[in-house]
Write a protein that binds this ligand. Structure first.
Ligand SMILES: [Zn+2]
Length: 342
């Protein structure tokens, strides 16, 4: 397995200047927690990843209780609302994964998506595959920014699916072949299932498996959709991180992590367990994050007078240097993996 550390970014170019966008994320998390508070929930006895029923309370954010599995270290919501509730929420929600000002969309395509696409394409070259053409499925495509970049750089056939109606509308406006559906309906929608079984060279699921109630069930469908040399590319918020520890101390500032829609939060260990016990081998692991940016964002939320101070400006200007120290020690808050079928 190859491990790579750090991915330089300019947070102000994809989040906007200052911390307004990050502070807004906390408000959105509060609103969605309030929305799901009235939905019916069921207590989850078994770990969503390994099935163990030994777990401990780890933190509560906006009255949502998270527990950690004692076996595989996976973190998940103790009381879960149904997928139906989530689908209903996304029929109309325009706040999550949808709106991006034009300049931020372009920045995201070039600086967030392009490096990921290039890594997976490079791996294919090393595996002896041609990148002249191919089939790509993006699950949870949102506004379609990943496939937008793919279409720009490669002559591939990309399809995006998502349960967010406003997201699919935006993806279509971005020229993406996007379908409003969930993974299971997408899989069974064809009359001849053999036609779509083993159809894809690459399936991407960015920030996906942490949002679904039964990640293993979703991964099994992904497995059926991938060609023999197919690759799964994913990223996920990482619990065993600087940001994870930060939110444990200030759960009232949760937003990017520990929000109502995040059914699970993977750790390094639980993601590897999840992939390996379901027939995948991790080929590539990239460690990076937004820990410093999240840290300063929370500090300025608590102490607004610091927002325009020299020290915040200084830390912002050195963001990539501070973040790389965290990334290199594996304390980063995002993991990006590429895995192949064993
Ligand atoms: Zn577990």
């Amino acid at each position: 397995m190859k491990t790579k550390y750090s991915k330089p970014v300019s947070p102000e170019k994809f989040k906007g200047k200052g911390f307004d966008a990050m502070h807004a994320v906390v408000e959105i998390a509060k609103r969605s927690a309030l929305y799901f508070k009235k939905e019916k929930k069921e207590k989850v006895e078994e770990c969503l990843v390994c099935g163990s029923n030994f777990n401990d309370k780890i933190l509560t954010a906006f009255e949502i209780e998270f527990v950690q599995c004692k076996n595989c270290t996976h973190v998940f919501q103790k009381n879960q609302f149904s997928d139906k509730s989530v689908y209903k929420f996304f029929e109309t929600d325009k706040e999550i994964n949808c709106h991006l000002p034009e300049d931020q969309f372009q920045y995201r395509c070039e600086n967030i998506n392009k490096p990921k696409i290039d890594e997976v394409m490079q791996l294919r070259v090393e595996m002896g595959c041609s990148n002249n053409d191919g089939q790509w499925l993006d699950i949870g495509c949102g506004a379609g920014d990943l496939l937008f970049q793919l279409n720009k750089d490669y002559h591939w056939n990309g399809v995006g699916i998502d349960i967010s109606a406003p997201g699919i509308e935006m993806a279509k406006n971005n020229g993406i072949n996007a379908i409003l559906t969930d993974l299971f309906d997408y899989y069974s929608s064809t009359n001849n299932q053999d036609k779509i079984t083993k159809s894809y060279d690459i399936i991407s699921a960015m920030g996906y498996f942490d949002l679904v109630q039964e990640p293993t069930k979703h991964l099994k469908v992904v497995k059926r959709l991938l060609k023999d040399k197919g690759l799964l590319m994913l990223d996920h918020p990482k619990f065993d991180s600087f940001t994870g520890d930060l939110i444990k101390s200030v759960p009232e500032c949760a937003g990017r992590y520990f929000n109502a829609l995040e059914r699970s939060i993977f750790t390094d260990k639980s993601m590897k367990y999840f992939l390996e016990t379901n027939g995948f081998e991790v080929l590539f692991d990239w460690k990076y994050g937004l820990d410093i940016y999240t840290f300063i964002s929370i500090i300025t939320l608590k102490l607004p007078q610091l927002a325009k101070s020299n020290i915040v400006e200084y830390i912002n200007s050195k963001n990539n240097e501070f973040q790389s120290i965290i990334d290199n020690s594996g304390y980063n808050d995002v993991n990006f993996c590429i895995a192949k079928l064993k």
